[in-house]
Design a protein around this ligand. Structure first.
Ligand code: KIV
Ligand code: NA
Length: 263
């Protein structure tokens, strides 16, 4: 296959081909996911939980994400690479730019930031300086203390209206992709319909432009409590290649997420 670019992802959205994204933290898995046809590898700050053993993503540093991004970049050939900007690394546009440059120089093709309307100036600043940005709305784990735990977001009409307005503002600021985490499936469908950029869902129903899972959840190796939207693709498969291929196929044919994975 050809290398995936932002153009590829936009074409997929327009043609209705679902985008398959997985988190990835090292070269060996990057190489395997690339060969299995995963469109996007996300070096998520979830690495703080699944690799470092922290209780949340908050302790992760920019250097940590840059290190894992460099590892993934060495193993990857064709997949598109997105790196998470960790908690506290984008308080101002200037600081966001300095930190994002490190992730791009480590091999990321896009950076991801969590947050609503307040982050629009940061997205605009990065985008104007040639750094593509993925936004992230809904359950934003870096806000766990403010949200009062890991809970489904956008359930009231008021909260849904704010989320929709935020999505439009972030797109207008230049966001090229939007992750929607743990929101009602009808809301994610509505947001996806409103925007001209691809949406990637996790616990956001089947109508997003694509799906993302944490690789440890897909492989059933994360010991924590399993979220509703998680599916262990090792069930029914005897090797990791087949589980990853099954995930890609299930995203493409829209059999994942099923109703039991949705809110
Ligand atoms: O850090 C991460 O793994 C993420 C995804 C779950 C979207 O942000
Ligand atoms: Na993240």
């Amino acid at each position: 296959r050809k290398a995936i670019t932002l153009t590829t992802l936009n074409n997929m959205r327009q043609n209705g081909e679902k985008i398959a994204m997985l988190t990835c933290y090292d070269a060996s898995f990057a190489s395997m996911m690339d060969r299995c046809g995963v469109d996007i590898l996300l070096i998520g700050d979830s690495l703080g939980m699944v690799c470092q053993g922290h209780e949340s993503t908050l302790p992760v540093s920019n250097a940590d994400v840059a290190y894992h991004t460099a590892c993934v970049h060495r193993g990857n050939d064709k997949s598109f690479l997105i790196a998470d900007m960790p908690f506290g690394t984008y308080p101002t546009p200037e600081q966001a730019f300095t930190n994002a440059v490190q992730l791009i120089q480590a091999g990321a093709q896009m950076v991801k930031v969590e947050g609503g309307a307040w982050i629009a100036p940061i997205i605009q600043f990065l985008t104007e300086r040639a750094i593509p940005v993925c936004a992230h709305l809904g359950l934003t784990p870096q806000s766990v203390h403010q949200l009062g735990g890991y809970k489904v977001q956008g359930k009231t009409t008021e909260a849904a209206d704010i989320l929709k307005a935020d999505a439009l503002k972030l797109q207008a600021a230049g966001a090229a992709l939007l992750v929607l985490e743990a929101i009602p499936a009808p809301l994610a469908e509505e947001v996806t319909g409103m925007l001209h950029i691809p949406t990637i869902g996790i616990g956001a129903g089947p109508k997003c432009s694509g799906q993302v899972l944490v690789m440890h959840d897909l492989l059933g190796v994360f010991p924590g409590r399993k979220a509703r939207f998680v599916k262990n693709f090792m069930e029914g498969h005897s090797n990791i290649d087949d589980a990853i291929k099954a995930y890609v196929a299930a995203v493409k044919d829209q059999s994942f997420p099923a109703p039991e994975h949705c809110f």
